[in-house]
Structure formats: C-alpha cells, structure tokens
Design a protein around this ligand. Sequence first.
Ligand code: C2E
Ligand code: MG
Ligand code: MG
Ligand code: MG
Length: 288
Amino acid sequence: RAKADVGRAVCFYESKMDEAARARHMLAQDLRRAVELEQLDLHYQVQTSVSTGEICGYEVLVRWHHPERGAVPPSEFIPIAEESGTILVIGEWVLRTACREAASWDAPYKIAVNLSPVQFAHADLAKLVHAILLETGLPPARLELEITESTIIADKSRTLHVLRQIRALGVTIAIDDFGTGYSSLDTLRSFPFDKIKLDRSFMSEVDQSIQAKAIVRAVLTLGKSLDIPVLAEGVETDHQLEILRVEGCDEAQGFFLGRPKPVEQIFQVEAANGDEEASFSGRVPPQR
Ligand code: C2E
Ligand code: MG
Ligand code: MG
Ligand code: MG
C-alpha cells in the first residue's frame, strides 16, 4: 500500500512537472514575439548618494505585460529568455530603448542596464554597445552596465576581454548582486569594476543580525581599499539607510528611496507651477 502511495505521489509530481514545463514552453514562445508586439517596457529605479541624498542615476528594469497573464516578473521570464536565446533580442531592445530615452532627458543622469551572461557568449557585445551609443547619441559616460558573477564564471577570459573593450568606450561596469556568487574576491582581483552593488539579502538583515552588518562593513572596507564605490541594494527603511550612512556606504537603492517606475513618473511635468527647481525644461525629478 505504501508503495502505491509513493507511485501516486510520483505520478502527481511528474504531471506537475509536465505542467510546469508546458507553461515554460508556452511562455518561451510568447516571449519570442514580445518585442515586436511591443509588450515590453522599461522601469527606472533611482540610485542616490547616501551622504547627500543626491540622485546618482537610475537602474533600468525590464517589464513584460503578457496579454493574458498580465505582468510577468523578470525573475520568471529572464531565465526562460536566456534558455531560449530570446534574451539576445530582448537585451538589445532594452539597451537601445534605455539609451534613447536617457539621451532625451534634460538632466544628464546615468543609467545602469543589466546584462545577461548569454549576451557575452553569443554576440559581439562591445560592437553592439558602441553602435547603440552612436545611434542614440548617449554619451558613453552616462551608461553603466551591470553584470553578475555568473557572467564571469561562464567564460572568464572572454568576459574580461569584452569588458575591457566596453570600458575603453568610456562605459562603466558594475558588479551586481555582490556577495552571493562563488568567487567574489577573485572576481574583484581580476577586473577593476567601477562599482560594487552589494546584494539586497545583506540589507534585509543588516538591522537585526550582527553577521549581516559585519559583512556589509567588510565589503565597504574592501571597496575603500580597492577604491571602488559600493552601492547597497534593497534599502527598504530609514533605519537601514542610517546604518549605511554611519558605515560610510557610497550609494543606495531600494524601495525606501524609490520604487522602479515608468519614465513618465520619474520625470513628472511640472511646467505649470513655475517652480525654481523645475529648471530642466519643466521636468523635475521627484523627491522620492
Ligand atoms: P537586479 O539587477 O538585482 O535588480 C534589482 C531588483 O531588486 C529589481 O527587481 C528591483 O525591483 C528589486 N528591488 C529594488 N529595490 C528593492 C527593495 O528595496 N526591496 C526588494 N525586495 N526588492 C527591491 P526586478 O525588477 O524584479 O528584477 C529582478 C532581476 O531581473 C534583476 O535583479 C535582474 O537580474 C533581472 N533583470 C531585470 N531587468 C533586466 C534586463 O533588462 N536584462 C537582464 N539581463 N536582466 C534583467
Ligand atoms: Mg541590476
Ligand atoms: Mg542586484
Ligand atoms: Mg538580482
């Protein structure tokens, strides 16, 4: 009897797996047409200086509006896009659209665009970045590219070669989700990153766990010694921000400072009120 139960459980499990696989397959097919059907758009999340509160830039985060399923989060569709190769088309669309939008802003903020390991493996990425900068007119210094350790691990020598080419264009490179990969320290030794983005998992515990706080402190010390600014991801409370201020963190990003928003909400038109601060042709960044 026990055996039969196990058998039933396995069957149930397998049919669940089939279901999941089918769902993924369908999503992969829908994704393939998402760009041409204009179902993707970009949100921007502010990055600010911890000491002054000034805006340093905006991270670009892709959004997919599925006709039936509604908003599908990137954590769900980026892995599928990577598996099916569609990330090449999506990644290029994100880069081009973000550069074009940012080039049209009156305020010269930096934008930070996420790159997938697949983009390093399959495309002449440096050439593409160069072409898009020329095409959109965005000054290279306003573009930052975020990579994760998985990109470096995939093919270290090739990645370093491509990163050097990209950096030679005047574009900066940030290491994203720092502290969660397998070779953090080795990664920092091999390539001079322009920014370290400390993974948000440390921030969520920084005010309760002395271990998390010790790690935040250690990474800040590391950043100082290597002369690389550190940005803390996932700041959700003023208490967390205060800890970062005390510890001397350079930049912060998170829901407390601003949620990812469509560009229209980042630059609200306030031309009507004649505000002194509305000096960028009426487009002013929001306070929060
Ligand atoms: P990421 O690059 O580490 O981006 C930060 C993620 O943390 C975003 O999730 C953002 O909405 C979320 N976040 C920001 N502040 C907070 C906070 O205070 N609390 C919490 N809990 N979360 C916060 P999102 O937009 O869902 O993106 C998830 C991941 O998907 C990104 O992680 C990135 O790895 C990937 N992704 C997003 N857009 C793109 C893209 O255009 N290309 C590629 N290749 N990957 C992308
Ligand atoms: Mg990122
Ligand atoms: Mg991150
Ligand atoms: Mg992440």
